[in-house]
Design a protein around this ligand. Structure first.
Ligand SMILES: C[S@@+](CC[C@H](N)C(=O)[O-])C[C@H]1O[C@@H](n2cnc3c(N)ncnc32)[C@H](O)[C@@H]1O
Length: 257
């Protein structure tokens, strides 16, 4: 699992956020080192991020992400043709934008610490319906090979639980692949059983080669959700440790940004 730093503008495009959407109370889960909450704060938008890394690497996260961006830059130059250059016009703009987002994140977490909450799916430290809109990028579905289907089921229900209106997720394809997460239809059927309708929408943001699609979950009319289930005794499919490639030996450092 990598920690990334997408910008406020990337979030706006990934989730087709309108001015009306941005007038709502928003949760970014997982926030990573993204610049969304920082950008929201500058614009007077009420947003909060949650991520397990805010518990341990909080102070060093901005610096680690900047180093990671430098490391990734070389890989982007070497593998330029593996990515879609419509949103970014090339590796230089990509690295500049991601580093700006990481710096905005580092400054904001220093100043508005309460906006960055340590917590992990599938159990978030928020009351039911605490946010109007929940955004989730590059965790569920993306890491569908590493995280189990049960983890996805519980996590989707948890995101729905803390939302009053909608949950939006992007992308729907597996990391380093162009295929959709294989259990997507099962997840949508499971959610429909709780009165959560869903639809797939194309968005104006692409970087990886899969289809640029987001999943929108409508939560307002949902029925009661299942009560907390006990954690499985040895759920190896619910954790994928964070990796910092710039700290690894060259032999292991391959992968995608
Ligand atoms: C690829 S990053 C995406 C960050 C951000 N959404 C972005 O697009 O820049 C994935 C993030 O998921 C976080 N993560 C890992 N396991 C998690 C869990 N169980 N619950 C919530 N977040 C988790 C990691 O710490 C990491 O910051």
């Amino acid at each position: 699992m990598f920690v990334s730093a997408r910008s406020f503008e990337e979030y706006r495009a990934m989730f087709s956020l309108t001015d009306r959407d941005l007038s709502l109370r928003i949760l970014d889960c997982p926030g990573g080192a993204a610049g969304f909450v920082a950008g929201a704060g500058e614009r007077g938008i009420d947003a909060v991020a949650v991520d397990p890394v805010y518990g341990s690497d909080r102070e060093r996260l901005g610096e680690l992400t900047l180093k990671e961006n430098e490391h990734k830059h070389q890989e982007l130059l070497e593998r330029r043709e593996d990515f879609v250059w419509t949103w970014f016009d090339g590796p230089e703009q990509y690295t500049r934008s991601r580093s700006r987002a990481a710096r905005a994140f580092a400054a904001d977490i220093g100043k508005r610490s309460e906006r960055y909450v340590a917590g992990s799916l599938p159990r978030l430290p928020f009351a039911e319906r605490s946010f109007d809109l929940v955004l989730s990028s590059h965790l569920l579905f993306s890491y569908g090979r590493q995280l189990s289907e049960d983890f996805h089921r519980r996590s989707l229900l948890e995101l729905v639980r803390v939302s009053r209106w909608q949950v939006r997720l992007y992308p729907l394809f597996l990391h380093a692949d162009t295929r959709r997460y294989p259990a997507l239809d099962r997840m949508r059927a499971m959610l429909a059983g709780y009165g959560v309708t869903s639809r797939v929408e194309r968005v104006e943001y692409a970087f990886f080669r899969g289809e640029p699609e987001a999943l929108i979950l409508e939560c307002a009319e949902r029925s009661a959700l299942p009560k907390d289930e006990p954690e499985p005794v040895a759920d190896t499919g619910s954790h994928d440790p964070v990796r910092w490639r710039h700290l690894e030996s060259p032999a292991r450092s391959g992968g995608l940004p």
